[in-house]
Design a protein around this ligand. Structure first.
Ligand code: GAR
Length: 187
């Protein structure tokens, strides 16, 4: 199988990055992770890029031209899929248009419910029966765009924010890879 080159954007722990790197070793998985981008120097996920000898780029989102620099790197590494895996910044409409290829995001709720931050707090406060995660195409709005796949579970009365986070992340490690398989199977 000819794999597509993918770039994973992170801001933190990088457990989804780790999972995607692992999955991409599978001969039948449609992507190969060729570049990691972080907007946080201290993002733990950078270690996974280093450990796996994957080039990584640290971006300064406060600098005016950072999106142009990003576009140059994406071109250099022939990236045809961007996966936002805990990347906590919004990409501009111009960037998305200029890049012109697929950009997907994972979010720890059943979108369109609970966009933005403090998801698990909101889920509990709203007394939801179910929660889960969503993988969707990215547009210029926060946690918006066409849904690719969702995974869900029923909330136990003893679940707190930490437990919900752990349960949700376990599902993310399934939903992200299966969404990637799905989008490349379609085309
Ligand atoms: C993930 O749970 C992801 O859904 C969330 O950040 C976490 C990153 O974890 N993303 C968002 O909230 C985006 N709105 P990781 O760094 O361990 O992969």
């Amino acid at each position: 199988m000819v794999k597509k080159n993918a770039c994973i954007f992170i801001s933190g722990k990088g457990s989804n990055l780790k999972n995607l790197i692992g999955r991409s070793r599978d001969y039948n998985f449609p992507i190969s992770v060729k570049l990691v981008v972080s907007d946080k120097r201290k993002a733990l996920g950078i270690l996974y890029a280093k450990k796996n000898s994957i080039p990584f780029l640290l971006i300064n989102t406060k600098s005016r031209n950072y999106e142009n620099k990003l576009l140059e790197y994406l071109k250099k590494y022939k990236i045809s899929l961007i996966c936002l895996a805990g990347y906590m910044k919004i990409l501009s409409k111009k960037f998305l248009r200029d890049y012109g290829k697929k950009v997907i995001n994972i979010h720890p709720s059943l979108l369109p419910k609970f966009k933005g931050l403090n998801t698990f707090y909101k889920v509990l406060k709203n007394k939801e029966k179910k929660t889960g995660c969503t993988v969707h195409y990215v547009d210029e709005k926060l946690d918006n765009g066409k849904i690719i796949s969702q995974r869900s579970f029923y909330i136990d009365s003893t679940d707190n924010e930490e437990i919900l986070k752990n349960k949700t992340q376990k599902l993310e490690y399934l939903a992200f890879p299966e969404s990637i398989i799905k989008i490349f199977r379609k085309n």
